[in-house]
Design a protein around this ligand. Structure first.
Ligand code: SF4
Length: 179
């Protein structure tokens, strides 16, 4: 039995850039490993999130699998944190919202430049695309939001250490000014 804080992370419709920013905390990751145990995350081989203190969500919600994973995180994590522009407002994945789903699929698989043997994939294993891409908070309740594309490693470190030490996360204005 461990008394470490349990953290799970996932990338929904994201580019893993926010996860790379987590790794950019550099040598502080050694301190982090002393304090936390990773549950489902790209750095473990755990497929399903279970009973965690903190869940970190990167990426927007674009397909049925994203919805399922996100709901599991909300159910299993006491505190849920959305990090990065894609999770907060849909970001780049939500640029497709100005077109219909059919238009996006046809452009991607039928009419796109350089396609060889155009064909719309129909494997039953593929998750169903949603008509629109959604930010995370439109699907589940989110406790904390960390903006940026990606959020700087120092902000991620501060958020994690605040949460681990039971403090309410807070940032100075200059830290969250992206002009
Ligand atoms: Fe990638 Fe930026 Fe989206 Fe993070 S917010 S997943 S870095 S595009």
């Amino acid at each position: 039995m461990t008394d470490k804080i349990r953290i799970a992370t996932t990338s929904l419709a994201g580019c893993f850039g926010c996860h790379m920013s987590i790794l950019d905390i550099d040598e502080r990751i050694i301190d982090l490993v002393e304090l936390v145990e990773f549950n489902r995350s790209p750095i473990t081989d755990i497929k399903d999130v279970t009973d965690c203190d903190v869940g970190i969500i990167e990426g927007a919600v674009a397909n049925s699998e994203n919805v399922e994973v996100l709901r599991d995180f909300r159910k299993q994590c006491k505190t849920l944190v959305a990090i990065g522009a894609c999770a907060l407002n849909g970001g780049i994945p939500a640029m497709r919202n100005q077109f219909s789903l059919e238009e996006c699929i046809e452009e991607s698989y039928i009419n796109g430049i350089g396609l060889d043997q155009p064909r719309i994939p129909d494997d039953a294993e593929l998750p169903m695309l949603l008509n629109q891409v959604h930010p995370v908070h439109e699907v589940v309740k989110v406790d904390y939001f960390l903006p940026g594309c990606p959020p700087p490693a120092d902000m991620i470190w501060q958020l994690l250490t605040d949460l681990l030490q039971g403090r309410e996360p807070s940032f100075k204005q200059e830290q969250i000014n992206y002009d």
